[in-house]
Design a protein around this ligand. Structure first.
Ligand code: F0G
Length: 450
């Protein structure tokens, strides 16, 4: 019989110690951080699941490539390697490096969008929405209804509602829609994938109306793996072939290389449109840097050139998706309500269902995140009423998994801590705000228990 156990497809060459604290110490530290985990010092966190962005471990190949970095201001070798590696996957004519994903978004929307425009997306990530709104355009989320029900299991909960897209274009008029965007996987909707069938359908609508289709490609490799696992006809294809096919249906993309680029910093913007690319490069020179480095060091370009290919390796993706699912399935089996099915990069706990005695205005997600820290030194992030105020449709706690960083026993530890907090759930108290900034309040808010 073939061996079924999925293991980490790497061995560890360099280790970074993590630091234990006692519960009494964590009580003090949390109080000093005003019950806001963003305000903790990272050294006081045992397992840090705040984000999967820029927190991954680089491979020996990436570190070796870092030494090959060509730091020439213009025309560096590292840029050529970066561009050909990215183009090998995305196939687009122009590859513009940026310091991270939101810089690519700002340049794209700054050039392609104007006041009064409407940008549809399955679900805009918060920086994407903010960059659309910054130019005076409207960001519209057109997720399928299945994607909005946390406990419902459905293979492609990140899909766009194609009929709603048609209706929106008909209502506002084609000239007000400068581009359509698909976020793969759908981070704000639980890290859920978009199917190739949906990509094809959205692309067909865009082509009919002559509207460019862009991907927010941050987690394109994880999305490709879900297509391979779940979509008929793709079982025999490699993740790279699937990703290449997906990108062919579009005209460009934005990318944060801090996710499936397997790098600690970086991003890029791609397009097939020569005129747009020229305007984007002009803006890039103004704010990011010359088009052959775009705010990155040559060594960063090298790390991305290697990392983006490693993210598509089958043994890596098999382990990556299995280890996130392992966490989700084990806490779910213990009764913990999560967004189903487990996402690619993160597990989202439904804090309203976990803590039904805490009303939304008392921030159940913040209360749960605080308790996970007190119990086991785990840092997660609230995605709910503190982050989105009255606009929050759900109160979720996201446990984002850094890439290639934690092992199976770390995940077993997480399961044990989360189940222990679940047993004690009735004793957890709601929170009240004592300080809030006028915008993006979750980063700096102060709270205290009721
Ligand atoms: N788009 C998506 C879907 C993202 O998840 C992110 C970042 C960005 C764009 C922006 O990229 O951070 O490089 O500027 N998400 C991180 C997170 C911050 O924690 O989910 P960036």
């Amino acid at each position: 019989m073939p061996v079924k156990t999925i293991i980490e497809p790497f061995r560890i060459k360099s280790v970074e110690p993590i630091r234990w604290t006692t519960r009494a110490q964590r009580e003090q530290l949390l109080k000093a951080a005003h019950y806001n985990l963003f305000l903790l010092h990272a050294d006081d966190v045992l397992i840090d699941l705040l984000t999967d962005s820029g927190t991954g471990a680089m491979s020996t190949h990436q570190w070796a490539a870092v030494m090959e970095g060509d730091e020439s201001y213009a025309g560096s070798r590292s840029f050529d390697r970066f561009r050909s590696s990215v183009q090998d996957i995305v196939g687009y004519t122009h590859v513009i490096p940026t310091h991270q994903g939101r810089a690519a978004e700002r340049i794209l929307f700054g050039v392609a969008c104007k006041k009064g425009d409407v940008v549809p997306n399955n679900t805009h990530f918060d920086t994407t929405r903010a960059n659309v709104e910054f130019v005076g355009a409207e960001a519209v989320d057109l997720l399928i209804p299945e994607g909005r029900q946390p406990s419902l299991s459905y293979p492609f909960k990140g899909n766009m509602d194609v009929a709603a897209l048609e209706a929106l274009i008909a209502r506002v008029g084609r000239e007000r829609v400068p581009l359509v965007m698909l976020t793969v996987t759908n981070n704000s909707g639980g890290g859920q994938p978009v199917s190739m069938e949906n990509v094809r359908a959205v692309s067909a609508v865009c082509k009919r109306h002559n509207i460019p289709l862009y991907f927010d490609a941050c987690r394109f490799a994880e999305n490709a793996w879900f297509i391979k696992l779940r979509e008929p006809g793709y079982e025999g294809k490699t993740p790279k072939e699937i990703a290449q096919e997906m990108f062919r249906y579009g005209d460009g993309c934005t990318m944060s290389a801090k996710k499936d680029g397997m790098a600690n910093i970086g991003g890029f913007l791609c397009t097939n449109n020569d005129i747009l690319a020229q305007q984007e490069k002009d803006l890039l020179i103004l704010t990011e840097g010359y088009p052959t480095y775009g705010g990155l060091a040559g060594r960063d370009l090298e790390a991305i050139a290697i990392g983006i290919q490693e993210a598509l390796q089958e043994d890596y993706l098999r382990y990556r998706i299995a280890s996130t699912a392992y966490l989700g399935n084990h806490i779910s089996a213990g009764g913990v309500p999560i967004v189903q099915p487990p996402g690619g990069h993160a597990i989202y706990i439904d804090a309203r269902a976990f803590l039904p005695h805490i009303p939304s205005e008392q921030f159940p997600g913040v209360a749960l995140a605080a308790e996970l820290y007190l119990e086991g030194g785990i840092r997660s992030v609230e995605i709910g009423t503190l982050m989105f105020a009255g606009a929050a449709q759900m109160d979720l706690v996201r446990l984002a998994m850094p890439r290639r960083v934690y092992t199976q026993s770390h995940v077993d530890y997480l399961v044990e801590v989360i189940l222990e907090v679940y047993r004690k759930r009735e004793s957890i108290k709601g929170m009240r705000l004592t300080y809030e900034a006028p915008f993006l309040r979750h980063f700096t808010a102060h709270l205290e228990p009721h």
